[in-house]
Design a protein around this ligand. Structure first.
Ligand code: XMP
Length: 503
């Protein structure tokens, strides 16, 4: 098939999630046999094939941390300054690690007021104190503040309250087991690591060790740090944004616009994958919805291709522009370009229930990106809103008036909708809406239901692994009558279900 020049002037039929079901298949699996590991990019695999959307009501550092702990990946939105987005990357990379390789330090002459600010900014409670050559001279923690009246914080220096050397330290190359022994033996909260010259090279905290045991599936880089993605564009200072994010330790850059089949964005991907300063980071290109669009990113060297033009719950692109491809067909078409090149596909937007994850994987995706299904989580940005005694969280399209206008604060992401140069709010043409979704509690419970659903998909279809599901899964097309049959019908729901809220 070739979508771009169909013999029939009306092209061929596009299908979406509600148009298909997966056929049940013979299964002799035990639930514990099932493995949901899948490829995110050419070089990164995830234990659970879920990404949280790069939207300002979905993914900032707290959500990215929660996603990586569960075994997925958060993609930080780009509707904020370069410095703020890079700081969000930094926050994720410093969290829950075996070893913090680049700990935040403080000088002996800093005041307790500065110490308190730094602790709040990085949400950490203890710092190695270093001299100008980065040599460890003491440790200081929030507890050390307690014995100085707040009124004296501005005039008291860190070296007056810190625990000075000699301290218990470990070598930079310490093993996990040796570190555990030292922490236990000396009842330490923190173990600084130093090189032979006494310079600080790392920090181990008891809290992080415990946490890393609690999240066995977490997505980690080669140094044991949580993985994180971040969105960038193609306009203005996007190259500086990309390099600042890399500097902060980002694992995956997502070159992201609502229409990814544009020269400047494809050039951005190509440049990122060829420039010596950036080529080692994984780069995802998006969004496309045709085979040709996906091929352009594959040819530019993208490490994965993100698919979806207009399927999202908050999107109005299809009605505002008349352009789009139903998502199951879009994913399938993109996979025809990506599969032969070994480039994974991400199905972005339009998922309403856990059952659609398996459908996306069988259609040709390797992972899915979710906005509305995650927007109600505790870890997303924004406060809870109480309406008629029920709790909600704000959820809005990145092409909505709220995200693109200067209402509230500067918009950094208008170029996602090719309106970077529109300066006056009344000239903006929105492609998304603003709304709210029911509050759902912590991501861990939401992800549990979604992945539980995928496990059941794999059991019902007899697939032990995601590649088996992709190879053997078969669709059946359904009618609107059978869609009605699929959902609860002819009964009034009386008890809310954790994984079903309605049609
Ligand atoms: P879901 O359905 O998971 O979709 O809520 C999330 C995805 O929707 C895309 N997105 C938009 N698309 N106008 C659009 O046409 C918008 O304002 C908008 N905001 C987000 C995006 O791909 C996201 O991951």
């Amino acid at each position: 098939t070739d979508q771009t020049s169909p013999a029939d002037p009306f092209g061929f039929l596009g299908l979406t999630y509600d148009d298909v079901l997966l056929l049940p298949g013979y299964s002799d699996l035990a639930p514990s046999d099932i493995d949901t590991t899948s490829r995110l990019t050419r070089e990164i695999s995830l234990k659970i094939p879920l990404l949280s959307a790069a939207m300002d009501t979905v993914t900032e550092s707290a959500m990215a941390i929660a996603m990586a702990r569960q075994g997925g990946l958060g993609v930080l939105h780009r509707n904020l300054s370069i410095e703020d987005q890079a700081q969000q990357v930094d926050l994720v990379k410093r969290t829950q690690t075996g070893i913090i390789t680049n700990p935040v330090t403080i000088g002996p002459d800093a005041t307790l007021e500065e110490l308190d600010t730094l602790a709040g900014q990085f949400r950490i409670s203890g710092f190695p104190v270093v001299d100008l050559e980065n040599k460890l001279i003491g440790m200081v923690t929030n507890r050390d503040l307690r014995f100085t009246p707040v009124a004296e914080w501005a005039t008291t220096k860190v070296d007056e309250v810190m625990t000075p050397q000699p301290l218990i330290t470990g070598p930079s190359t310490i093993s996990r087991d040796d570190a555990t022994l030292l922490l236990r033996k000396h009842k330490l909260e923190r173990l600084p690591l130093i090189d032979p010259d006494g310079r600080i090279t790392g920090l181990i905290t008891v809290k992080d060790f415990v946490k890393s045991e609690q999240f066995p599936d977490s997505s980690k880089d080669g140094q044991g740090r949580l993985m994180v993605g971040a969105a960038i564009g193609y306009f203005g200072d996007s190259w500086q944004r990309a390099t600042a994010l890399i500097e902060a330790g980002v694992d995956v850059l997502v070159a992201d616009t609502a229409h990814g089949n544009v020269r400047m964005l494809i050039d951005m991907v190509r440049r990122l994958k060829t420039d010596p300063a950036t080529k080692d980071v994984q780069v995802i290109g998006g969004n496309v919805a045709t085979r040709q669009g996906a091929q352009a990113f594959v040819d530019a060297g993208a490490d994965a291709v993100k698919v979806g033009v207009g399927p999202g719950s908050i999107c109005t692109t299809r009605v505002v522009t008349g352009v789009g491809v139903p998502q199951i067909t879009a994913v399938y078409e993109a996979s025809l370009a990506c599969k032969p090149a070994g480039v994974p596909v991400i199905a972005d937007g339009g998922l309403k229930h856990s059952g659609e994850i398996g459908k996306a994987l069988v259609a040709g995706a390797d992972s899915v990106m979710l906005g509305s299904l995650f927007a109600g989580c505790e870890e997303t940005p924004g406060d809870l809103v109480l309406v008629n005694g029920k709790q909600f969280k704000t959820y809005r399209g990145m092409g909505s008036m709220g995200a693109m206008s200067s209402r509230g604060k500067k918009s950094y992401s208008k170029d996602r909708y090719f309106q970077a140069e529109v300066t006056s709010d009344d000239k903006i043409v929105p492609e998304g809406i603003e709304g709210q979704v029911a509050y759902k509690g912590p991501l861990s419970t939401v992800a549990h239901q979604l992945i539980g659903g995928l496990h059941q998909t794999m059991f019902y279809t007899g697939a032990r692994t995601v590649p088996e599901l992709q190879a053997n899964g078969r669709f059946i097309r359904i009618t609107s009558a059978s869609l009605k049959e699929s959902h609860p019908h002819d009964v009034q729901m009386t008890v809310e279900s954790p994984n079903y809220s309605g049609f």
